[in-house]
Design a protein. Structure first.
Lengths: 313, 470
């Protein structure tokens, strides 16, 4: 038994930590794309903002799209609730609120991350420093994850935290794919141009999968395989299949613990079934964009149902 | 006159309680020692042991500076102190019971009725109601200062919501981490049992209708409260829920908290929310920090609130001046611990005296706390004193004045080595079916040379406090 507010705090704390990390990856991928002369840099930055889900907020503030404006907006801008600094602030506020549910190590890792990033992100980051700062953000969030995994009891507290992580991650992966779905649409026996290759790599890079992809598939990037990897592969830790299998597992633990199933259980299992019994070809045939936007919608709905079931809506 | 130093005699000789510490200090490498002080600060910052200062935007979260030289109290000194504290705490609870019932003390003419008639801290809602176990003030932090080897004064009783106990515990924890060998050499009485005793104490005053293990919760105003760290710390250490007003509601005549498995009833609520915010139906209507209807549940005997609403009256500084009479009235004996002589500015002759001697006196608001709104005459500028005199004349009832006490000093670690600073002491007392006093308490220290203000909100620090097991 947990306070509803504690479950809420754990869930959102981990959603925001996950989001901070995803923001760093998105900027990283954007930087890489902008370096390739073949691409249209403003167009790339605009699509990074779209993947981050903050295009509207950004456009209300700035007219142009370039590395320094976009990365500042995604890293430091406190008016952007999804910026890395905002995410870390929110994550820490939630951690403070649920302090009694965290081990000392887990709490300290969040608190230290907050202290470190607050000072790193205190002033604008010169473009040449961006790679270092992005690495630092990824490293800090990895430390939080490590402290959490290494010390937390596997009980309901753990389950709510994991639900936050995987709901956020599923949403993120689906959105990255959806923003770029058109570059993945294959023409028959189509050989990618250099630009396509860069685009494909960029998608993989934004989920830190550009190396592991090669271990699983060919050395050559191929849009169908990329989509398969990020949607259906059950071993890729950021794929939709992997996220949902974790969501289903954690919800199952809660159902066993509390002796009660809710609507969110059925809902997550039915989404999982769709991911397990599917072929990437079928998804393409029925429309990749339709599949992804439906999944984003469902994931959102599932989040609400979980909150409802466990009294933190 | 030079203030009493607890470690060093006037001739430079070390007093007996500090001898062992001194010989250990002599073996320390100064550089390593300075490093330890920095380590301590990092520990506090990392664990987030911070407090917020109201009205100070920049320092939204600040550390209370920690000094690594312990303050030492002998077993004998402690025995006398704890007897005095126990007597005082018993008298306070008897007094609270009396003024919400027969008011014998007023009828006997020992204290004036006016102390209550226009006092917001006196709650009519408590009249005629007896809290479970007949305990009003369950958790008390008595502020004590020392001026001579054998002269202690009680400065305040803090019968409402004393804070700082988490610092007492963390200070000890930090000292044991930094200097484990020191605790092998010197026998110090433990303080670590406090959370366990607090839990037992709260459980012992559960409502009579409560069967089985009582469900206890700590009620906090939330993460933006200056003492939030302490609220979370205590809930965690006791293994109970830390709740906010928004988690609670009334269901079937009980206070329940909203959990992932539905609503659960609470039997004992250790609240760190002020009386006026506790129940919007009874007190401040705009309060979002409390629970609507909790006073009805309380008065029907279905929940214990610690400390009881209405205990704040005992913290009134005008009432404080009557503590010697109050102690004698209820215990039949003279107070073991002395009060600081206190001038009530409400009396015209006294007011005249206070105004004429502002430069030597400390003047406090009767309802104030935390060192806010007070004047330390000797440290104030002429202009500050004149401004304060105007406030005083405008509303004399609102103030009391006390002589400036030469608070004792103990050494702190400075960049130039050890240097004496003024200290006070806040021992923590738990009242339920019995009275438990944790040996020692929180030593607050004024870090600025010569300063007498030890409050953390005014730049004070803390020290680990040792009661010797001798």
């Amino acid at each position: 038994m947990l306070l509803g507010r504690t479950a809420n705090g754990l869930y959102w704390m981990f959603r925001y930590i996950e989001r901070a990390e995803n923001m760093a990856r998105l900027i990283d991928a954007g930087l890489r794309m902008a370096l390739t002369k073949t691409s249209d840099a403003p167009e790339e930055w605009s699509s990074v903002l779209m993947s981050a889900g903050v295009k509207i907020g950004y456009s209300a503030k700035y007219k142009e799209f370039n590395a320094s404006l976009v990365s500042d907006y995604l890293l430091r801008d406190l008016s952007n609730s999804s910026s890395v600094m905002s995410c870390i602030e929110t994550a820490r506020s939630n951690a403070r609120m649920v302090r009694t549910a965290l081990t000392r190590e887990a709490w300290e890792s969040v608190n230290e991350t907050w202290m470190i990033l607050k000072s790193t992100l205190a002033s604008p980051i010169p473009e040449t420093d961006l790679p270092r700062v992005l690495d630092q953000i990824k490293r800090e969030t990895a430390i939080i994850r490590g402290a959490f995994h290494g010390t937390m009891l596997r009980n309901e507290i753990f389950n709510f935290a994991r639900l936050g992580t995987f709901i956020e991650r599923a949403d993120n992966t689906a959105r990255i794919l959806d923003v770029k779905y058109y570059v993945l649409l294959p023409s028959i026996s189509y050989v990618g141009t250099t630009l396509d290759n860069f685009q494909w790599e960029s998608i993989l890079r934004s989920v830190s999968a550009h190396r592991s992809y090669r271990w699983v598939y060919d050395v050559e990037y191929n849009p169908v395989n990329i989509a398969d990897y990020l949607i259906l592969n059950s071993r890729m830790p950021r794929s939709l299949n992997f996220c949902y299998s974790n969501i289903v597992d954690n919800l199952k633990f809660l159902a066993n613990d509390y002796g009660k199933r809710h609507e969110c259980h059925d809902m997550s299992e039915s989404i999982m079934t769709r991911l397990e019994n599917n072929e990437i070809r079928t998804i393409f045939d029925n429309g990749l964009h339709e599949f992804l936007s439906d999944l984003i919608y469902q994931t959102n709905g599932l989040g609400s149902k979980i909150a409802e079931a466990y009294n933190f809506d | 006159m030079k203030p009493f130093d607890e470690m060093i005699k006037t001739g430079g000789q070390v007093r007996p309680p500090y001898e062992q510490l001194q010989s250990w200090l002599d073996t320390q490498n100064p550089e390593r020692f300075a490093q330890k002080a920095r380590d301590a600060e990092n520990v506090f910052r990392k664990t987030g042991i911070t407090f917020a200062v109201y009205g100070d935007e920049e320092a939204a979260e600040r550390l209370i500076p920690f000094d690594i030289i312990p303050r030492i109290i002998t077993g004998n000194e402690w025995r006398r102190l704890s007897q005095g504290i126990e007597q005082r705490v018993m008298a306070l609870n008897a007094f609270l019971d009396d003024i919400y019932h027969r008011q014998e003390i007023i009828r006997a003419g020992r204290i004036p009725r006016e102390l209550f008639t226009h006092n917001d801290a006196y709650l009519p809602e408590m009249v005629g109601f007896r809290p479970p176990g007949n305990v009003y003030t369950h958790i008390i932090g008595v502020d004590i200062v020392r001026t001579e080897e054998n002269q202690f004064y009680v400065l305040e009783d803090n019968a409402r919501t004393p804070s700082g106990v988490s610092y007492m515990l963390e200070n000890r924890e930090t000292m044991m981490q930094l200097f484990p060998e020191l605790f092998q050499q010197i026998k110090v009485r433990p303080v670590e049992t406090y959370p366990k005793l607090l839990r037992q104490s709260l459980a012992a005053v559960a409502p009579p209708g409560c069967k089985g293990t009582p469900t206890i919760a700590v009620l906090t105003p939330g993460i933006y409260n200056s003492a939030y760290f302490e609220h979370a710390f205590l809930a965690d250490q006791m293994g109970v829920e830390l709740v906010e007003g928004s988690d609670l509601k009334i269901e079937n005549g009980k206070v329940v908290m909203r959990t992932t498995e539905g609503n659960r009833a609470i039997d004992v609520l250790y609240r760190r929310v002020d009386d006026s915010y506790l129940d919007p139906l009874t007190f401040r209507r705009d309060s979002a920090l409390g629970v609507a209807g909790i006073m009805d549940v309380y008065r029907s005997g279905n929940i214990t609130i610690a400390n009881a609403p209405g205990t704040g009256i005992a913290d009134d500084k005008a009432l404080y001046s009557y503590m010697p009479e109050i102690i004698e009235f209820y215990t039949g004996r003279k107070a073991i611990l002395e009060n600081v002589p206190t001038h009530r500015c409400s009396e015209p002759d006294t007011l005249k005296y206070v105004l004429e001697n502002l430069a030597e006196l400390v003047v406090k608001e009767v309802h104030g706390s935390g060192g806010y709104g007070m004047l330390v005459g000797p440290a104030a500028t002429k202009k500050e004193r004149e401004d304060f005199a105007l406030k005083l004349k405008a509303n004399p009832k609102n103030y009391i004045a006390q002589p400036t006490l030469a608070l004792s000093t103990t050494p702190i670690m400075t960049e130039k080595g050890l240097a004496p600073r003024h200290v006070d002491l806040r021992p923590f007392v738990l009242v339920s079916d019995r009275i438990r006093i944790t040996p020692g308490g929180l030593t607050r220290v004024a870090l600025k040379e010569g300063s007498l203000v030890v409050n953390s909100s005014q730049g004070g620090g803390t020290k680990d406090t040792w009661v010797l097991d001798d």
